[in-house]
Design a protein around this ligand. Structure first.
Ligand SMILES: [Zn+2]
Length: 283
């Protein structure tokens, strides 16, 4: 089943490119925070991540203060996901499902703006949030007050969904979770970046297969050229060996299935390329 896909940028940050490519190169690059807005034939508006949000700005959690200082970001007025949807005629209560790739603030920052949504994420991500002590929260970038009090009640663990293959040629990503049981949205584990980190694959209404790859690679060149990040960026990773293995898996997938649009959440080039394609074909 095909779904309508739109790519939204919900805030951004800027960092030296060398941090994520490991290459000696000058200059800083902009890392947008991606939200995938899907329109499902029966479920309506479904989101993949929520980008930065006001809750991160407001949070008095020491981890939030540390995060804002170390990884400064910009969220323009009216740019929060909830505001962009409202401007497009979609009130927050119409968002019935959100898929979370992982729980870092640039992906889960707008979560509390959508109090009625079921939350699809991996049990490992939920457990890490629920059980991690304060000190380790800092290293893992987990800020507790970005999450609603009823998170457990709204949790829909992807492990409880029907296991399916996303299709031929997916290599190490051959096992995914069919979120709605109709094959429209398949969550694919992409381990390494964070506990329970996952991507989402779907077929757009234009017939394009897309893998929203979240932070499995910061930029497309990272998996294309197998570039490993520098030490400061590595420090944020949950499991560096698993991250490298996933990076290699994306590299192989891109070679084996060049028809798939692989979109890392922070790669401006990949986001703009698919945006152009989606606009062009729906025009
Ligand atoms: Zn992340």
């Amino acid at each position: 089943m095909r779904v309508r896909l739109e790519l939204l940028t919900v805030g951004r940050c800027r960092h030296p490119a060398c941090m994520v490519t490991g290459r000696l190169e000058p200059g800083r690059v902009t890392f947008p925070a991606l939200v995938g807005r899907m329109t499902h034939p029966s479920r309506g508006t479904v989101l993949f991540d929520t980008g930065y949000g006001a809750a991160l700005e407001r949070s008095a959690d020491p981890v939030a203060r540390w995060y804002r200082r170390l990884l400064p970001y910009r969220l323009a007025p009216g740019e929060a996901c909830v505001h962009q949807l409202a401007a497009a005629g979609v009130p927050a209560e119409q968002v019935r499902a959100i898929v979370l790739s992982h729980l870092h603030p640039d992906h889960a920052g707008g979560l509390t703006d959508f109090p009625g949504a079921e939350l699809y994420l991996s049990r490992a991500a939920f457990t890490a949030l629920a059980t991690t002590g304060f000190r380790r929260c800092g290293r893992l970038g987990l800020i507790r007050d970005l999450f609603p009090d009823d998170l457990a009640a709204r949790l829909r663990p992807i492990e409880d969904c029907r296991a399916v293959s996303p299709g031929p040629g997916w290599g190490m990503f051959d096992r995914g979770a069919d979120l709605f049981g109709d094959g429209s949205l398949i969550a694919v584990p992409l381990p390494g970046h964070a506990a329970g980190h996952l991507g989402l694959t779907l077929e757009t209404e234009q017939g394009r297969t897309v893998l929203l790859a979240a932070d499995a690679a910061w930029l497309s060149c990272c998996y294309r050229d197998l570039l490993e990040p520098l030490l400061p960026a590595r420090a944020f990773l949950d499991d560096y060996r698993a991250y490298c293995s996933t990076l290699r898996g994306l590299h192989d997938l891109a070679r084996c299935r060049p028809d798939i649009a692989i979109v890392p959440s922070h790669c401006q080039e990949a986001i703009q390329s698919l945006q152009r394609e989606l606009h062009h074909e729906s025009a």
